[in-house]
Design a protein around this ligand. Structure first.
Ligand code: ATP
Ligand code: MG
Length: 645
């Protein structure tokens, strides 16, 4: 029986959405979407108000339009409209890699910086609809660059600063960017990242780029190409401090973002202006129960969709105080997150399971020695959070006081889709719980038959959808239809599997491609992994299927032990028995490989497709590995696999 965590009384008192409101709003959002979104679309400032709300078709030549005849500007919504009321309030708290380095930027200051850069971009010939690639560290200029693109109507494509020159080049070529905005070097965990040198290398194969703007971050020695490369500071200092935002149609593109590549070649996901911003700001307000003046911190990088929607666009559209962190959770030591929480009195904290699991390994003391008394709410995103990690996050980080919002969503969805609302939802560790307003989850079996009640199946989403949904794959609308709408006609297919329980709560079981079929029993990887992680000696686990003569598929588990634990034959047996007891004999691992490291994407997600290939002894067919954080991990795993024969 799963433990239930009701809404704490203290939290309920101030919450924006209680259970009754959730039920009422949800019912209206799916029964009368035009009425519901027609009203909530007004949370934005429109230049020309919309008269149409939803025009969506998931069949035929899939087309998705929201607020289609309205016009607005995203940067004006994130900045200009706040100036009268909160011009001198902090918009961004920036915390540098070095703990002694931080600053506050007000809405007025941010507005001015964005106007200056908008003028620079216009002078460099950037026009509405042009693509701009942003390859920056987590510095304020990253947010400025995004907002300046939005202001002039250019489409930004952010490439995470940890990506290689090749990965960067591929993403520049895919969308033909004419401008790249980068920095001399980045700074992460005390180490320098050669951003400009990477750009130089990438541009050897990119002919579309005419100009490169370079922010001075470290002052490191870099090469500037005359005529092509310009110092950001020099041009913005000379540029005008005011700029009139370009009037954009609600369906004009806002950005392209490539998915993390967990399952294969990244897709250039395209989001547009009005619907995206409405959904990002609404989810930010209600999922995080954001109140005026709260200090909110999302630890993602702006290179991921989480950084787009929940560091920059959602919070700034809401006039929030958003914290941007340049560094990493373990520098100078594993207590850094909580020191930053205390330093800036953070109220709302949003991070990823991979960070939680890695900090769990370091022990409670690193957390407990800080106060964290400002924290009111915690959040998780990116992967299923194992109940073990959830309980640790709740007890150790949140002192049993803070609700946790486990938010399920995707680059493609633009914003959070399945999540608790902290003032309304009783929590179950490991469950993303219930759909947000407008979201209609549907469970289907392999043949596409819709399943009712408490079941496990493939997670799809039904029309009309929600305004923040992606509109197409940049330059390839056919692939868009094929990838998301052809597997189960009439539905958007998420690629994820889920279980719906008797209370209507959703449990994401992992990617459907990762489902294991043992002697006819289908099993999500998340469940077996969570059982392993629940063992006191296990820090992390990844489970995949491999061909098995009798069972069809066997269970192959890669296990990382907590620091100081030795891998022994005895422990191996103990773990097999443990999973057998936790889930049942059907789930007991057939093979356990000790793995000091697991292959992860740069956003920290385990790449099971690579582990599957290794388990299958197919080392030659690892597929696209360009988004891998540390390729040497794979070599080590292969070597161990071979040693075992
Ligand atoms: P690609 O689509 O290129 O393979 P990706 O799916 O990892 O990469 P993202 O859009 O960054 O790219 O991640 C979305 C996926 O992350 C979801 O489909 C889901 O598998 C997983 N995910 C995100 N949040 C959660 C969550 N709270 N619980 C479970 N899974 C989650
Ligand atoms: Mg995906």
């Amino acid at each position: 029986m799963t433990e239930l965590f009701p809404v704490p009384a203290e939290f309920a008192k101030q919450a924006l959405i209680d259970e009754k409101t959730y039920q009422e709003w949800y019912a209206r959002s799916v029964n009368d979407p035009d009425g519901f979104w027609g009203e909530h679309g007004k949370r934005l400032d429109w230049i020309k108000p919309y008269t149409k709300v939803k025009e969506v078709s998931y069949t035929g030549d899939v087309s998705i339009n929201w607020f289609a005849d309205g016009t607005l500007n995203v940067a004006a919504n994130c900045l200009d409209r706040h100036l009268a009321k909160r011009g001198d309030q902090t918009a961004i708290i920036w915390e540098g890699d070095d703990p002694n380095d931080s600053k506050h930027v007000t809405y007025r200051e941010l507005h001015e910086q964005v106007c200056r850069l908008s003028n620079v971009m216009t002078d460099l010939g950037v026009k509405k609809g042009d693509r701009v690639t942003i390859y920056l560290p987590m510095i304020v200029e990253a947010a400025v660059a995004m907002l300046a693109c939005a202001r002039v109507g250019a489409i930004h494509s952010i490439v995470f600063g940890g990506f290689s020159p090749d990965a960067l080049a591929g993403r520049i070529q895919d969308c033909d960017s004419s401008l790249v905005i980068t920095a001399d070097e980045g700074l992460r965990g005390g180490r320098k990242v050669p951003l400009k040198a990477n750009v130089d290398k990438a541009l050897e194969t990119c002919w579309s780029v005419k100009n490169v703007l370079v922010v001075k971050r470290t002052g490191g020695n870099i090469h500037m190409v005359t005529g092509r490369d310009h110092w950001y500071e020099e041009l913005t200092a000379k540029a005008g401090a005011t700029h009139t935002a370009v009037e954009m149609n609600a369906e004009d593109p806002l950005f392209i973002l490539y998915t993390s590549g967990s399952t294969g070649k990244p897709k250039g996901v395209l989001h547009t202006t009005g619907g995206y911003l409405c959904y990002a700001s609404m989810t930010h307000q209600y999922v995080f129960d954001y109140h005026e003046g709260d200090v909110y911190w999302c630890t993602a990088d702006v290179g991921w969709v989480t950084g787009h929607s929940y560091i920059v666009y959602g919070p700034l559209a809401n006039g929030a105080i958003t914290l941007m962190f340049e560094g990493i959770p373990t520098y100078p030591d594993a207590s850094r997150f909580w020191q930053v929480v205390d330093k800036h009195k953070v109220n709302i904290f949003y991070t990823a399971p991979t960070a939680i699991r890695s900090l769990m390994r370091e022990g409670e003391e690193m957390v407990k020695k800080t106060s964290r008394s400002s924290l009111r709410l915690l959040g998780s995103v990116g992967e299923p959070i194992n109940p073990e990690a959830w309980l640790w996050y709740h007890r150790v980080v949140g002192d049993n006081r803070c609700p946790i919002v486990d938010t399920w969503w995707q680059t493609e969805t633009g914003g959070i889709l399945i999540t608790p609302l902290p003032g309304a939802t009783a929590l179950k560790p490991g469950s993303a719980t219930r759909p947000f307003f407008g979201v209609k989850p549907v469970m289907v079996d392999a043949e596409g038959k819709v399943l009712e009640g408490a079941v496990e199946g493939n997670l799809c989403l039904a029309e009309p959808g929600w305004p923040g949904q992606m509109r197409t794959i940049f330059g390839d609308h056919k692939r868009f239809g094929e990838t998301y709408f052809s597997t189960y006609p009439g539905y958007y297919f998420t690629g994820d599997g889920a279980r719906r329980d008797e209370d209507g709560y959703y449990w994401i079981t992992g990617r459907v491609d990762d489902v294991i079929n043992v002697s006819g029993h289908r099993m999500g990887t998340a469940e077996v992994e969570s059982a392993l992680v629940a063992h006191p000696k296990v820090a992390e686990a990844a489970v995949v299927g491999y061909p098995h003569e009798i069972k069809g598929q066997g269970i192959y588990a890669y296990v990382t032990l907590i620091q100081g634990e030795e891998p022994t034959e005895e422990l191996r047996k103990e773990l097999v028995a443990w999973v057998r007891k936790e889930i049942g004999p059907i789930a007991s691992p057939d093979l356990i490989q000790w793995s000091p490291g697991l292959p992860k994407t740069r956003s920290g997600k385990i790449m099971r497709r690579i582990l599957r290939k290794i388990a299958e002894n197919e080392f030659g067919a690892l597929g696209d590995t360009s988004t891998l954080a540390d390729p040497t991990v794979v070599e080590d795993l292969i070597e161990n696999r071979m040693n075992r024969g």
